[in-house]
Ligand binder design. Structure first.
Ligand SMILES: Nc1ncnc2c1ncn2[C@@H]1O[C@H](COP(=O)(O)OP(=O)(O)O)[C@@H](O)[C@H]1O
Ligand SMILES: [Mg+2]
Length: 247
């Protein structure tokens, strides 16, 4: 099935000093696709996510969103960046603002919505992630899993074209991981375009259209989960899978 490309990276290279952290990255994420990125620690997964919305500048190559090249800076970059929501391992909620205020803030500041309109949308999204009743609380009054669901609602509130998740469940206690993965599964079913860095192989198997395996700054494999998990081609992937699947 040919899909319309939404995120396109062509020959992207990035260095941290001597370290060639992204090496000639070619990646296309189609509209509505869910791409899970896995790989050893230090392989460049977070840098890849950050490069996609230019939180990290790259030295060469091209990054396009919905056919448009990502601007280097300025208003155009801010506009394009608002089209890609990002959810991090640490939830990054504002501690001194309520859950509702956290979800509404960027809607009024960046999208120019009136407060009432933003709050209405926030409550719909909090309901969608199962947290409508928590709206007046402060982040510290919520569990980690609930805070991460607020962060997802906040990202959705910008009506993004795509969502990037960088190890969204890695900081959570085990019993809270599923409630976050379930929200992500539902988003995937609803057709959201998602790039997800995760070690949750169950999620990769059930929700991903493709698995991208990175090692040493390169994309080593880019295949369906079925192919990747049953028949990894590269020694790096075989080695990685043998380590994570045995504990
Ligand atoms: N801001 C930075 N300055 C210098 N080196 C960095 C920086 N961020 C990451 N790195 C290095 O780049 C490599 C890739 O990091 P990262 O993208 O965070 O990997 P991953 O998310 O796969 O664990 C690592 O060797 C890391 O130490
Ligand atoms: Mg990382």
């Amino acid at each position: 099935m040919a899909v319309d490309p939404l995120i396109e990276l062509r020959h992207v290279n990035k260095y941290f000093g001597e370290l060639h952290v992204l090496q000639d990255i070619d990646l296309t994420v189609g509209k509505g696709e869910v791409v899970v990125v896995i790989g050893p620690s230090g392989s460049g997964k977070s840098t890849l996510c950050r490069a996609i919305n230019r939180l990290e500048p790259v030295e060469s190559g091209e990054i396009r969103l919905d056919g448009q090249p990502l601007a280097e800076e300025g208003r155009e970059l801010a506009r394009l960046r608002a089209e890609i929501g990002m959810v991090f391992q640490s939830f990054n909620l504002f501690a001194h603002k309520t859950v509702l205020q956290n979800v509404s803030l960027a809607q009024t500041k960046v999208r120019g919505r009136k407060k009432a309109q933003a709050d209405k949308r926030s409550l719909e999204l909090l309901d969608r992630v199962g947290l409508a009743s928590q709206a007046p609380k402060y982040p510290a009054q919520l569990s980690g899993g609930q805070q991460q669901r607020v962060a997802i609602a906040r990202a959705l509130a910008m009506d993004p074209k795509a969502l990037l998740f960088d190890e969204p469940t890695s900081a959570l206690d085990p019993e809270m991981i599923n409630e976050v993965l379930e929200v992500m599964q539902q988003l995937a079913r609803d057709g959201m375009t998602m790039v997800v860095v995760t070690h949750e192989m169950g999620f990769a198997r059930s929700a991903a259209d493709r698995v991208v395996f990175m090692a040493d700054g390169r994309i080593v494999e880019d295949r369906t989960p079925e192919e990747f998990f049953t028949d990894p081609r590269s020694d790096r992937a075989k080695d990685f899978l043998s380590k994570i699947l045995t504990h």
